[in-house]
Design a protein around this ligand. Structure first.
Ligand code: GLP
Length: 270
């Protein structure tokens, strides 16, 4: 696993966007061989999306031959609800880039048969050749997508019940009223994320420091689903300084040191 430590959130966002754009360009995608991206919602990826929109407008990356699969979607709120992940993705990203609408995939949280919807999603991912790069954030309890503590590390796309901790954390988007936060969501599984050819997690802020500590220094456990990434052969976490609060000094210095030898992805975009 690589751990990239950037000074602040703006630098984390720039690094992530430059990396994603460089990976898309490196693959030189075509209609026959598109690049397949897994995408998150939440506040963590917002800065990356802003930078990707800028890079798209500057002509440094195109999404014409990119297919996307979002990680998760709430159940029980309408698709056009202002806090649905459909709305989030179109408002904050898709409407501003050159991606064809038919290339966007988001789980239907209101599907009459949620199990069939989850199966359909897994099959669709398979039918386009699997995910090249899965991007994610992390919850304060270490969850990736909505794989809350206790989720099997081999889980596939399915319905999950959100924990109190996640509902409280997400209540800031629902008038700070935890009762307005949906109780259920459809989410890709840890296994679905692990099948991607590469994974990039964005971890920022002091409130994520415990999750980062477990993800980097803890033992692999279903109680902190972020730890599954330790078993992935191409996983990167890009984080800011406040998120490093709970890392050992030695761990922090180790990753700072080895990353000085690695190329900054912005160098690949000029
Ligand atoms: C939600 C999402 C996750 C996200 C997490 C953190 O629970 N399902 O995919 O990583 O929140 O969100 P934020 O980035 O807003 O802290």
């Amino acid at each position: 696993m690589r751990l990239i430590i950037e000074p602040d959130y703006d630098k984390v966002s720039e690094w992530a966007a430059n990396y994603v754009a460089a990976e898309i360009n490196k693959a030189n995608p075509s209609p026959e061989k598109p690049f397949v991206l897994g995408l998150p919602t939440g506040s963590s990826p917002l800065g990356m999306y802003k930078n990707l929109i800028r890079l798209n407008k500057e002509g440094k990356v195109s999404f014409k031959n990119v297919i996307t699969f979002n990680m998760d979607e709430y159940c029980g709120i309408p698709r056009d609800h202002e806090q649905s992940y459909h709305t989030f993705m179109w408002t904050n990203f898709f409407s501003h880039i050159d991606i064809p609408e038919q290339n966007v995939n988001i789980l239907n949280g209101n599907a009459p048969d949620p199990e069939a919807e989850c199966r359909r999603y897994e099959e669709k991912i398979k039918s386009v050749g699997g995910i090249d790069l899965f991007i994610g954030g992390v919850g304060t309890d270490g969850h990736i997508a909505f794989n809350e503590p206790g989720s099997s590390l081999t889980s596939r796309t399915r319905m999950k019940t959100l924990t109190k901790e996640t509902m409280i954390a997400n209540s800031r988007f629902f008038d700070n009223d935890v009762n307005k936060v949906p109780r259920y969501a459809l989410t890709v599984g840890v296994g679905t994320i692990m099948d991607a050819r590469s994974v990039l997690l964005i971890v920022n802020g002091f409130n994520k420091s415990r999750a980062l500590h477990h993800g980097v220094e803890g033992a692999v456990t279903q109680q902190w689903t972020i730890t599954a990434l330790q078993m992935h052969n191409k996983a990167i976490i890009v984080c800011d300084e406040p998120a490093c609060e709970d890392l050992k000094v030695g761990t922090y210095r180790y990753y700072k040191d080895i990353e000085t030898a690695n190329l900054d992805p912005s160098k690949l975009l000029s």
